[in-house]
Design a protein around this ligand. Structure first.
Ligand SMILES: Nc1ncnc2c1ncn2[C@@H]1O[C@H](COP(=O)(O)OP(=O)(O)O)[C@@H](O)[C@H]1O
Ligand SMILES: [Mg+2]
Length: 322
């Protein structure tokens, strides 16, 4: 994966054209810049990263600092100027908060609060600051893929995080290396902005209806999603299978093409070197273009990864390398 390839893994995003409420012209005008201190409490220190829709800053919580907290640091996620222009932008950001705050898992970022800075009228999420590097940057160091023991450890953490989110009724919707961080040896999944709640709580959590926007990252989107289908566990499974394949093989399973392009070209899959055959058998199903051939839960993948342990000599290899 090259630096250029990283840049092109941005999420494709479009608000629904038909909904007049979404016109930027109707947004709060004029858009005010983010102030140095948000809500009189969160001092912006520096930019940590940008994605398709937002910018994430390292912030200092001045209240915690005043009370003597030796590490009052947080991450602050605000909409990029372009997205802040849209009337639905804040609802989208709040949806991300509403979904993430429900999740308490060692491999999922922890969200603290959702705030609105009255002066600038800019909304933002306060969350824990992750340190380390995103998996797309890690992959640059391993063009042949990671050794099985390490790839397995990361894959298991990712599968556990996503399976947990699914049990809580949360679909992620944008699993990709750029939305995962290796933080002090610990994998963390973040950016639930394109997620969806399913099941009993579907109506009770205020998130922007998927009909108001469409969004996906081409290389990790299942074909049915690109065709306008709904998010599902199966779309998350396709994306997670792509990421796991890349970790083990160093290359995207379909030569960095979208599922639709790869399907059109009839590309065949090669087994990642070093991956035990029983794991490959299950992973391959996750990469199926036909949704009916994909499993409808992460359990088979989890079971395959758990049943094929690493050699004990590896231990927690990542612990001090991130
Ligand atoms: N909690 C965090 N701590 C540190 N860096 C973060 C955190 N959340 C996001 N980032 C960085 O900011 C980038 C963009 O964040 P993300 O939530 O993915 O935004 P978007 O929704 O625009 O894709 C990430 O790729 C990562 O580098
Ligand atoms: Mg992102």
């Amino acid at each position: 994966m090259s630096e250029q390839a990283l840049a092109s893994d941005q999420t494709y995003f479009a608000f629904a054209e038909s909904a007049s409420v979404l016109s930027p012209a109707q947004a709060r005008q004029p858009l005010k810049a983010l102030p140095d201190v948000l809500c009189g409490r969160y001092k912006i220190e520096r930019l940590l990263g940008v994605g398709g829709m937002g910018a994430v800053y390292r912030g200092c919580d001045l209240l915690r600092e005043q009370l003597g907290d030796p590490a009052p640091f947080v991450a602050l996620k605000a909409l990029s100027d372009e997205f802040a222009e849209y009337a639905d932008g804040n609802a989208l950001l709040h949806g991300e908060f509403a979904m993430t705050v429900r999740l308490h898992h060692r491999h999922i970022v922890r969200c603290h609060s959702f705030e609105l800075d009255r002066g600038s009228e800019r909304a933002f999420i306060v969350m824990e600051q992750l340190r380390g590097c995103t998996l797309d940057h890690l992959l640059l160091r391993y063009p042949q893929g990671l050794p099985w023991a390490e790839a397995r450890e990361i894959s298991l953490a990712l599968l556990e995080a996503l399976a947990y989110a699914h049990t809580q009724g949360v679909l992620h919707g944008d699993i990709k290396p750029g939305n995962l961080m290796l933080d002090d040896g610990n994998i963390r999944l973040f950016d639930f902005g394109l997620g969806r709640i399913v099941g009993d709580d579907e109506a009770s959590v205020p998130i922007l209806a998927r009909s108001r926007f469409c969004a996906w990252t081409p290389r990790y989107a299942a074909p049915e999603l690109i065709d306008g289908g709904a998010l599902s566990m199966a779309t998350d499974i396709y994306a997670v299978a792509c990421v796991i394949y890349e970790l083990c093989h160093g290359q995207h399973p379909y030569r960095r093409l979208s599922a639709k392009q790869a399907q059109g070209m009839g590309l065949a899959l090669a087994a990642p070197a070093g991956m035990p055959a029983p794991v490959w058998k299950v992973l391959k199903r996750g990469l199926a273009f036909d949704v009916a051939k994909r499993s409808d839960s992460l359990e088979p993948l989890l079971a395959a990864f758990r049943a094929n342990p690493a050699s004990p000599r590896f231990g927690r290899w990542f612990g001090r390398r991130a």
